[in-house]
Ligand binder design. Structure first.
Ligand SMILES: Cc1ncc(COP(=O)(O)O)c(C=O)c1O
Length: 457
């Protein structure tokens, strides 16, 4: 066993991992990266098929990002935002506000996706109390929604498995049906192809149910992942759902928290997913890709209206009492500014469009496989749902670990991604080449065949 593997086994506790299983095999120990390629300590190369858990945008070891970070490093790495300002954070805030859309005027920086949600949650809670809408505002989130692991963010989540382990600790957030067309109880379309996902006779029962829920009480906010529910299994919402949902919230006077921790920064085609449907949230939560996947940093954007509610005389104590030691970190902000320039580059945008089409084309071949129930794609996010019976959409039991087994085979073929139950995600970094994209999907196809068998009969 490699000595680093032994150190890992002896001392490291990994997230979302059954450590008894982890200890049974030697882990992949990554040492280097270049573009979409990762290299382990033995020199074996892999493709980064999930952009290092949905964070990396432009590839690893990018010269422009490296240069920006090194230049910042030579000046200063970090100074506190408590009582002090700094240049890269101010420049970054301006860029985010200008891109975020008109009502979003202020940026509150934090460290990761969960804290971006905590900030939005606490702001919204206090805002609703101060305007007199509710004394103890409740929140509404979607079935299968995931918003992070800190206690507040986890309370907004609706994945039962994650809630169970610390249920008594979490506060109650109400749940409303998510627009999961593939598993929609009202979808009677034949499950044989892509168009089976969105029932042709859909009557938008999910929006009807949301409207009923929103009218049942004065919620603080509706919390949602726009266009794609990532941890729910890359559930892609039907076109138009987001716009309708935000309108329904507006009509009931409910704020909207858009969690773009995964979808932000070009993943779904536009810079932010809400822009695809001209939806305007009261809070926009950003993290993961913000620094190009280099450094942990997050932002919560909000409106002037919310900001103003926290203004007052010093001894009114209306300040937003929240902050982290690394808020507005200078190195992270410098990385985010460099990543932003790459993201806005027109050649890069055109390339993302080409990659999107190519991914769709390659994924098409998976529909022939008996174990593939659904192939979903939105921008540069794909999710392949593995099923026991594609005709009835019967899922595999979680304990069969089919997603994990398929991903293990993919790793043997040099592609790294992490399953979400029975769903295999693919989120290539934007610098992925045509050949690398083909290799990713080919490895997925071969791995499914190896673990679960071949074509439908
Ligand atoms: C939509 C969404 N929100 C929040 C989070 C939490 O982000 P972090 O892991 O950076 O705390 C995630 C993480 O996957 C996410 O996908």
């Amino acid at each position: 066993m490699h000595k680093l593997a032994q150190l890992d086994r002896d001392y490291v506790w990994h997230p979302f991992t059954q450590m008894r299983d982890w200890a049974k095999r030697e882990p992949i120990i990554l040492e280097r990266g270049k573009g979409s390629v990762l290299m382990d300590v033995h020199g074996k190369k892999y493709l980064d098929g999930n952009a290092s858990i949905w964070t990396n945008l432009h590839g690893h070891n990018h010269p422009r990002l490296n240069r920006a970070i090194k230049a910042q490093l030579d000046k200063i790495s970090h100074s506190s935002s408590l009582g002090l300002a700094n240049k890269p954070a101010s420049l970054l805030a301006e860029k985010l506000v200008k891109a975020g859309g008109r009502p979003l005027k202020k940026v509150f920086f934090s460290d990761n996706g969960s804290t971006a949600l905590e900030v939005a949650l606490k702001m919204s809670y206090e805002y609703n109390r101060r305007i007199g809408r509710a004394r103890s505002p409740r929140f509404l989130s979607l079935g299968g929604g995931y918003h992070g692991d800190t206690v507040g963010a986890a309370s907004l989540g609706q994945i039962e498995l994650f809630r169970q382990s610390c249920n008594g600790l979490l506060f109650k957030a109400d749940k409303v049906i998510s627009p999961n067309c593939y598993r929609c109880p009202f979808n009677k379309a034949k499950p044989d192809r892509r168009d089976a996902r969105i029932g042709r006779k859909c009557k938008w029962e999910c929006i009807g149910k949301l409207e009923v829920k929103l009218s049942s009480r004065k919620y603080g906010a509706l919390v949602l992942e726009p266009l794609i529910q990532g941890a729910a299994g890359m559930i892609m919402h039907p076109s138009g759902w987001l716009k309708r949902a935000v309108r329904a919230a507006r009509n009931s006077g409910t704020q909207v928290i858009a969690d773009e921790v995964m979808t932000g920064f070009g993943r779904t085609g536009t810079i932010f997913a809400v822009q695809r449907e001209n939806a305007v949230p009261d809070y926009l939560c950003l993290a993961k890709g913000m620094t190009g996947g280099y450094l942990p940093m997050a932002a919560t954007l909000t409106t002037q209206d919310v900001f103003d509610v926290f203004l007052g005389e010093y001894d009114e104590f209306k300040s937003f009492f929240h902050g982290h030691s690394y808020t507005g970190n200078q190195l992270g902000s410098a990385a985010a500014l460099a990543s932003w320039e790459l993201l806005k580059d027109s050649k890069g945008r055109a390339r993302r469009k080409v990659l999107e089409k190519m991914l769709a084309c390659e994924l098409e071949t998976l529909w022939q496989l008996a174990a593939v129930g659904d192939v979903r794609q939105e921008g540069l996010v794909a999710g392949v749902e593995l099923v026991d019976d594609w005709q009835t959409r019967k899922p595999f039991p979680l304990k069969a670990q089919v997603g994990a087994r398929v991903c293990e085979q993919m790793a043997n073929r040099g592609i790294l991604t992490r399953p979400i139950g029975n769903v295999v995600p693919l989120l290539p970094p934007y610098c992925t080449t045509d050949a690398q994209m083909r290799r990713m999907v080919r490895a997925l196809r071969e791995s499914i065949i190896e673990v679960l068998g071949g074509p439908r009969v």
